[in-house]
Design a protein around this ligand. Structure first.
Ligand code: GLN
Ligand code: ZN
Length: 758
């Protein structure tokens, strides 16, 4: 039997980020809705034609979205938060979608947007569906209809992609603790039935139905409802249940008891033992193997997979080949890189090339001819050694690491006394998280430098002036621990990538982060080390301007790793250790230059948690060790800060304690300090800055608001361990907002100092 192939989804931003430009122009009223729709259509046709041209059997449709695919699902299911339903205008259209995503102000009334959060363990953000006991659903088929008709004109085998009902409910948020979203299933499933009926009418043979939550640990109740739902949806079209980002073996009892026609598994991140898995999977259904990595950009070792699957297909007849997940998480076309050498390009596959890899592998398996595969992967083998720097000194250094390198000389109790003697800070010390407003002038300055319109000296002098301004402002505001403000940084990972050895940058390697926002992750291409100092001159200059302590400011090893495309020939543990050692050199230099407080940001730490619970411990150990490796050689008197901007610590509190940072600053404003309960229950031993100003909102907190929150936090944390700071950096705020808010923050801290504490 011939093996068929497909991908789980294609990036929708357009090969030159056309969608981003069109969205933003539309929001700024520079183009009409008609023009926006035209851009979307053009992107979809391009995506479909590419899939066809690259040799895929099925064309995926429904993977396009104007903002986010979970929001698209909400619109398709008619689940619109009530505050966006306009009495006069009953129609739900693209504008409704943008309002939900971005909020809307009308007649001076602000309607707040739906929340946004990370899509499993990726850096993609989705719009959180809202549920309550009045939620109702109805099938809104217009966009899907357009897309299916477009695709049918291009190829016959069209495979719609939809988010399954269970994952959809799981990803949402309910408005009250007493309401369980599973109560909505009967209403919701009726709409899903409508959708399947609609596909049937369109003569669709296969539907891809995404249920990524099958990689998670599900309660018995959820499992029971899962089975119930799919039994209810039996019939109409063939269903391929797709899972990704983890292993689903522990939920196979569910998969085996529902009437589906196929299941897709993630071979890359699921670490499957295929033979064992095959034994426990029902043999009545088709198995789609997600072999081509949808989360990284290296060419796949097709020969290796060819050999594995060649044998496997003798055991299991009905298989398909596909990508591990949607290609949404990688850039579109390596051939759009104009500055990259051909040699370098020959190592990488972006989305278009990944489609081709899916074809190459299937084709080889169907014909037995492996010539094409061999020439495709030739660069991987022939130049392998040349690419990897194989730095001997670094290898040696790594081999010399011992347990001692992960530990500071003395424990926190001892360190903090020495630090306090040196720093002499008041109680409730006030600090900020690092960045100060990135004004238009500052962005222009960086652009001018990048385009060689100003020289390095001119550029650096300007940066020095901004630092001077930032320090002056903070002194005026009477902040206790100052920062230089990060004006030299475009992005907290890119900046370090550019200054460390081992990273490669693309010109056009954009990946959607949320809505119209895209990021351009660097590629880790060789051994990582620091050949020159990175931040020292900026921090040293800032410290020379003031008697107050200035914090050294670095991005941590896990965040640098997770927000890059790592090499695949080396274990992630070693790559992370290499980054940690490079940062260690920088930290030691900061210390040598009399910087007594150093902050290492790890905003991505939690996002990297594997979906499979069993894998989490190992990940956390690697992450925590990397952090400790970079900071542990500092003196007792040097105070180490870390920052993590999220408000869910329950799963990781033990690891956070093991991190042993002297001070951790977190995001607590929106949860009104509730998250501190977790720190209290765990008896967290070191100092904490909970965050008393929500920098994600343009609102200015009053002194009274802040006082209330600080006061509340004293119920959870000892007074002498509390710091006062905003939730995150001030990069996205204006100076006007920042100044007012910081002023209130400082005056609130001062008031707290007047209270007598026994
Ligand atoms: N130091 C960084 C800043 O202030 C931290 C950013 C982050 O946590 N995402 O911008
Ligand atoms: Zn942050």
């Amino acid at each position: 039997m011939n093996i068929s192939n497909h991908i789980l989804g294609f990036p929708r931003i357009g090969v030159n980020r056309e969608l981003k430009k069109a969205q933003e122009n539309y929001w700024n009223k520079k183009i009409s809705q008609k023009e926006l729709l035209k851009v979307g259509k053009k992107i979809r046709i391009y995506n479909l034609k590419k899939q066809k041209k690259m040799g895929l059997d099925f064309l995926s449709v429904g993977d396009f979205s104007w903002y986010d695919h979970v929001l698209t699902t909400s619109i398709m299911l008619g689940n619109i938060p009530k505050r966006f339903i306009n009495e006069n205008q009953k129609k739900i259209d693209i504008d409704t979608m943008f309002y939900i995503a971005r909020g809307v102000s009308h007649n001076n009334k602000e309607t707040f947007p739906s929340e946004m959060t990370k899509w499993f363990n990726t850096n993609y953000h989705y719009i959180v569906p809202e549920f309550n006991k009045f939620s109702s659903f109805n099938f809104n088929c217009s966009q899907l209809l357009i897309e299916i008709d477009e695709a049918l004109l291009i190829g016959k085998k069209v495979k719609p992609v939809i988010l399954g009902p269970m994952s959809y409910l799981w990803l949402g948020k309910v408005d009250s603790k007493n309401f369980n979203c599973l109560n909505l299933l009967p209403k919701l499933l009726n709409v899903y039935r409508e959708i399947f009926k609609f596909f049937k009418k369109k003569n669709i043979k296969w539907v891809q139905i995404d249920e990524p939550i099958l990689s998670l640990e599900l309660s018995d109740f959820w499992k029971e409802k899962f089975i119930y739902s799919y039994k209810y949806l039996k019939g109409y079209t063939k269903k391929l249940l797709t899972t990704y980002f983890g292993n689903i073996s522990h939920n196979l009892d569910v998969v085996n008891s529902i009437p589906i026609d196929g299941v897709h598994i993630d071979i890359i991140y699921g670490n499957y033992d295929l033979l064992t898995f095959n034994e426990i999977l029902s043999d009545k259904i088709l198995l789609s193997l997600g072999i081509i990595n949808g989360k990284n950009i290296w060419k796949s070792d097709l020969l290796k997979y060819y050999n594995i699957i060649k044998n496997f297909k003798k055991i299991r007849k009905n298989i398909w080949i596909g990508t591990s997940c949607s290609l949404l998480h990688i850039p579109i076309d390596i051939n759009k890189e104009k500055k990259m050498t051909d040699k370098l390009k020959s190592y990488f596959s972006f989305a278009v090339q990944k489609c081709y890899e899916v074809f190459l592998l299937t084709n080889a398996l169907n014909t037995g001819n492996i010539d094409l595969i061999k020439s495709w992967i030739f660069p991987l083998y022939s130049k392998k050694n040349k690419l990897n720097f194989n730095n001997k000194n670094l290898k040696k250094r790594l081999s010399l690491i011992t347990e001692k390198d992960y530990k500071r000389c003395n424990e926190y109790r001892v360190r903090i006394k020495k630090q306090q003697k040196k720093l002499n800070l008041p109680i409730f010390p006030v600090t900020t998280i690092g960045s100060f407003p990135q004004t238009r002038d500052l962005r222009n300055l960086r652009l001018k430098f990048k385009e060689n319109r100003i020289n390095k000296t001119e550029y650096e002098n300007n940066i020095f002036n901004i630092i001077k301004y930032n320090i002056k402002k903070q002194e005026e505001l009477e902040i206790d621990v100052l920062v230089h403000g990060e004006p030299e940084r475009n992005d907290m990972v890119e900046y370090f990538g550019e200054h460390l050895d081992g990273f490669l940058f693309t010109e056009n390697g954009w990946v959607q982060s949320y809505g119209s926002r895209c990021v351009k992750p660097p590629i880790i291409i060789g051994d990582i080390f620091r050949s020159k100092k990175i931040t020292i001159k900026w921090i040293k200059y800032a410290q020379s301007l003031t008697k107050k302590p200035v914090k050294g400011m670095l991005t941590g090893p896990i965040t640098i790793f997770l927000w890059s495309f790592p090499r695949e020939d080396l274990s992630y543990k070693i790559i992370i250790k290499q980054i940690a050692l490079a940062l260690k050199d920088e930290i030691n230099d900061l210390e040598k230059n009399n910087i007594n407080i150093i902050q290492i940001d790890e905003p991505a730490l939690r996002e990297g948690l594997p979906l499979n619970i069993k894998k989490r411990k190992k990940y956390l150990k690697t992450a925590i060790n990397a952090f400790k490796l970079s900071v542990s050689s500092v003196k007792d008197t040097t105070q180490i800060h870390t920052h993590m901007c999220y408000c869910e610590f329950n799963d990781i509190i033990e690891s956070i304690t093991n991190l042993d940072a002297d001070v951790i600053t977190i995001e607590a404003t929106r949860s009104r300090m509730d998250l501190l309960k977790c720190f209290k229950n765990f008896n967290y031993p070191n100092s904490i800055g909970p965050g008393f100003y929500d920098i994600h909102s343009p609102n200015i907190p009053t002194e009274e608001d802040i006082l209330k929150l600080i006061y509340k936090s004293t119920k959870f944390i000892e007074v002498n361990k509390l710091w006062v700071n905003p939730d995150c950096g001030l990069k996205t705020r204006t100076w006007k907002e920042s100044e007012k808010s910081l002023k209130n923050l400082v005056s609130a801290a001062k008031k707290m100092r007047l209270i007598k504490y026994s």
